[in-house]
Design a protein around this ligand. Structure first.
Ligand code: XUL
Length: 542
């Protein structure tokens, strides 16, 4: 008999469900709900609400709940074998926080399967909207928490990351400082992942070590909530945080609501939801050393599996828990797909035309360099959005198209240098990874092969694979992570994008130039104009 596993990804712009059949290792159902298009009543733009020129970015937790209901309705409509789904898990955009009042758990425990979730859950929030990972309005709180813990090295060593504007701890502190009454009325604070997991569980779900590490509240070594970090963040926080758990634990059975309403089996188990990046680690099979992934989605991320804990004392990168129980390193960019789309839309291009321009323009882009801070940026930290162009202006179609892509990967190569595990091959995921021309530039800049998969939803797939691992371990038919992840992954169509090594010296030099422009703009260092002239002479004979 077949075993089916369901993985759900609650991401910034959409909610996706993937159902895998573990007898054939195939994905048998996939469905995505786009928040802007499919749930227009919430009035989001790219899944979020943006205030104060991009500094404050929130979303609507009730919208995520409604999207979950739509996915389940679609599973039923498509006559999928819901009663044979053995386990469910999920993936959430990281760092976002959901604030709930004391009615939350009681309501979850007594859900009426004749009524919608949305209808029954609309009164459970002590804060109507949720700050998400795109928010960068907590610099003050970041400084306060870091100072209380003892400075940069102390907070990095304790939590695996510097304090970051989007991280949950600084966000919670801001809420406590600005709305103390509402903070007091908050009984529990969830991450997006553990909030969605709670709904399926029918009570408060624990937070897993993967996503818990993105809060500046968990001790990265012991994987426990840290008293000092909680005290530095907000009073009585300990009583408002759910417990932590291993990502592969079974946290219970699916709530009766889903059994009655959608026809799931009473035996369906739940694996805790995790962050989208830890899930993608599994979805891409990054379970041994030397493998690195780039995810080109709303955020662009660069991440790798780590056997041993290794932190970035410079404070730009992060260490999260990996769903295997080990660690992962990550850097994250806010100017990912929205920055690419900005240029595409500015010149009225479609993706096909965008790719054609990439194909016909030369590596090195005649020395045209862009610092693409359309939105505030995380790496390097830029709080005031502004796009800088050197050697061209905003009307130069070809220059802009190539510059946005080159700048994104030059920045990625530059700021990932702290990660000790040097990649032998890079796996690509996320919507942007479907574009071969973009990946060709990435391969040339890194000088490494890039594997492009047909399936771009590695976070939802990772959640489904985590279900399979826990289910088989639990039913005593233990399977290794390799067996689980590679079985499905090897079934996916994939293509290798090989670097053109002829361009290695050019991109090595361009990287130096890019770094100098970054330092010129952000650290007031010298204008590298002379170096740019030399670059032009060497590679473009001008
Ligand atoms: C990672 C991060 C983003 C979000 C949204 O630290 O902030 O990648 O998880 O995808």
């Amino acid at each position: 008999m077949s075993d089916y596993f369901l993985g759900i990804d609650s991401s910034t712009q959409s909610l996706t469900g993937i159902l895998i059949d573990f007898s054939s290792y195939n994905i048998i159902f996939k469905c995505s709900i786009n928040f802007d298009d499919d749930l227009p009543q919430y009035n989001t733009q790219n899944g979020v609400y943006i205030y104060e020129e991009g500094k404050i970015v929130h979303s609507n937790p009730l919208m995520w709940v409604e999207a979950l209901e739509v996915i389940f309705d679609k599973l039923v409509k498509a006559e999928q074998p819901i009663e044979k789904i053995r386990a469910v898990s999920g993936s959430g955009q990281q760092h976002g926080t959901v604030y709930l009042n004391s009615s939350f758990e009681d309501i979850l425990k007594s859900l009426n399967s004749k009524k919608s979730l949305k209808e029954q859950l609309k009164g459970v929030f002590s804060r109507e909207t949720s700050p998400v990972w795109m928010d960068s309005s907590t610099t003050k709180q970041c400084n306060e928490i870091r100072e209380k813990i003892g400075g940069l090295e102390a907070i990095v060593n304790l939590t695996g990351s510097n304090t970051f504007e989007r991280f949950s701890g600084p966000q919670i502190r801001k809420f406590y400082q600005q709305s103390p009454k509402k903070y007091t009325k908050t009984s529990v604070i969830h991450l997006v992942s553990s909030f969605m997991s709670s709904i399926l569980l029918g009570k408060n779900s624990p937070i897993d070590h993967g996503d818990g590490a993105g809060m500046n509240l968990m001790n990265i070594k012991t994987k426990k909530w840290d008293d000092r970090a909680m005290e530095a963040t907000a009073p009585n926080l300990k009583s408002k945080l759910p417990p932590l758990t291993h990502s592969y634990n079974i946290i219970g059975k699916l709530s009766p609501y889903f059994i009655q309403r959608y026809g799931f089996s009473q035996e369906t188990i739940l694996i805790p939801w995790s962050g989208d990046n830890p899930n993608s680690l599994i979805g891409l099979g990054l379970i041994d050393k030397g493998k690195v992934a780039i995810s080109l989605g709303t955020s662009d991320t660069y991440f790798s599996y780590m056997k041993k804990l290794y932190v970035d004392l410079k404070g730009e990168g992060h260490v999260f828990g990996a769903p295997t129980g080990d660690y992962m390193s990550l850097i994250c960019y806010k100017n990912g797909s929205l920055a690419r789309e900005n240029i595409k839309n500015h010149f009225n291009l479609d993706w096909k035309k965008f790719s054609e321009v990439l194909k016909k323009t030369p590596p090195g882009n005649y020395g045209k360099i862009m610092l693409p801070y359309f939105l505030p940026e995380i790496v390097p930290l830029v709080l005031e959005p502004k796009v800088y162009r050197f050697g061209f202006d905003e009307n130069d179609l070809e220059g802009n198209v190539r510059a946005i892509i080159e700048s994104q990967f030059l920045s990625m190569r530059l700021h990932s240098a702290w990660i000790e595990e040097k990649p032998k091959e890079i796996y690509a995921t996320g919507g942007g990874s479907a574009n071969r021309e973009i990946l060709q530039i990435a391969a040339d800049i890194f000088g490494i092969n890039i594997r492009q998969f047909g399936l771009t939803d590695s976070a939802a797939l990772g959640a489904a694979l985590r279900c399979a691992k826990s289910y088989y371990d639990f039913t005593k038919q233990k399977k290794s992570w390799q067996e689980i992840a590679l079985a499905v992954l090897n079934n996916q169509q994939s293509d290798l994008v090989t670097p053109n090594l002829k361009y290695k010296p050019l991109y090595d030099d361009m990287l130096v130039l890019y770094r100098k422009y970054e330092n010129f703009v952000l650290k007031n260092e010298e204008n590298p104009k002379i170096l740019r002239d030399q670059f032009l002479k060497t590679y473009f004979n001008t």
